[in-house]
Design a protein around this ligand. Structure first.
Ligand code: BTN
Length: 236
């Protein structure tokens, strides 16, 4: 399916803009890239501040009607990791990491059903430049930059590598759900076999992600399937 590509020098948030358009009855599939976001958003109402220097921030809006939405951010993560570098790791549910530091994030939002039907806005932010020591100040997780692995890459090239597989993978997700991505996710799973602590206090060992996208954690009480939590890796 085709989509329009639009590049803006500055906007509050590419995801906010595409959500506004959907609510205003403008559902045309659009990939919106911003050179700068003034109010980038992360999951759970957090800010997304692009690391100082180059970064790629874009959102894609598409009509989408999967039988089950769970696992879409994981499928998008798989697409990002496979498109950019085999060393990229995915931290359930929506972070892209490199060498123990956060490289990027994924924000999935849906609009409808309304006059325009069900739509998704997939927002992706990727740090391109190798972050300076200063850039890490005040962030809960220190940042990584794609140039640590791909020297000389820029935001435009990164977008070109990401866009076509992203659309293909989102349509694959619509047809088959997360099951089509489960093995592929495992190759990049940052939490696999690591000691974890969940935001609800539960501790255990990461045992992968099930076919519905739930994080599996082996605890003292047995295997638990987690559908929503903040997870951190416990230092060994
Ligand atoms: C997270 O780490 O919680 C998700 C971060 C998602 C950031 C991207 S940047 C492009 C798009 N526009 C936004 O405001 N957020 C997403």
């Amino acid at each position: 399916p085709g989509f329009t590509v639009e590049v803006l020098p500055e906007i509050d948030s590419t995801s906010s803009e595409l959500m506004r358009r959907l609510r205003a009855g403008q559902p045309e599939p659009t990939l919106l890239v911003a050179e700068r976001q003034t109010a980038g958003r992360g999951r759970l109402g957090r800010d997304w501040k692009s690391a100082v220097g180059d970064s790629l921030t874009f959102s894609l809006s598409l009509p989408l009607a999967p039988a089950d939405w769970s696992g879409l951010s994981l499928a998008v993560g798989v697409s990002v990791a496979e498109s950019l570098h085999p060393d990229l790791q995915l931290k359930w549910p929506n972070d892209v990491w490199l060498e123990g530091r956060k490289l990027g994030g994924i924000l999935i939002e849906t609009a409808g059903p309304g006059s325009t039907g069900r739509h998704v806005v997939i927002g992706i932010g990727i740090n391109i430049a190798v972050p300076s020591a200063d850039a890490a100040q005040g962030l809960s997780t220190p940042p990584a930059g794609l140039r640590e692995r791909l020297p000389g890459i820029d935001a435009a090239t990164t977008l070109l590598q990401l866009a076509e597989p992203l659309v293909r993978n989102v349509l694959l997700f619509e047809q088959h759900g997360f099951a089509a991505f489960q093995t592929r996710f495992a190759r990049h799973d940052l939490l696999l076999n690591r000691p974890l602590r969940l935001s609800n206090g539960v501790e255990g060992i990461g045992r992968g992600v099930d076919a519905g996208g739930a994080l599996q954690v082996m605890t003292s009480e047995g295997l638990q399937a987690i559908t929503s939590a903040e997870v951190s890796v416990r230092p060994a």
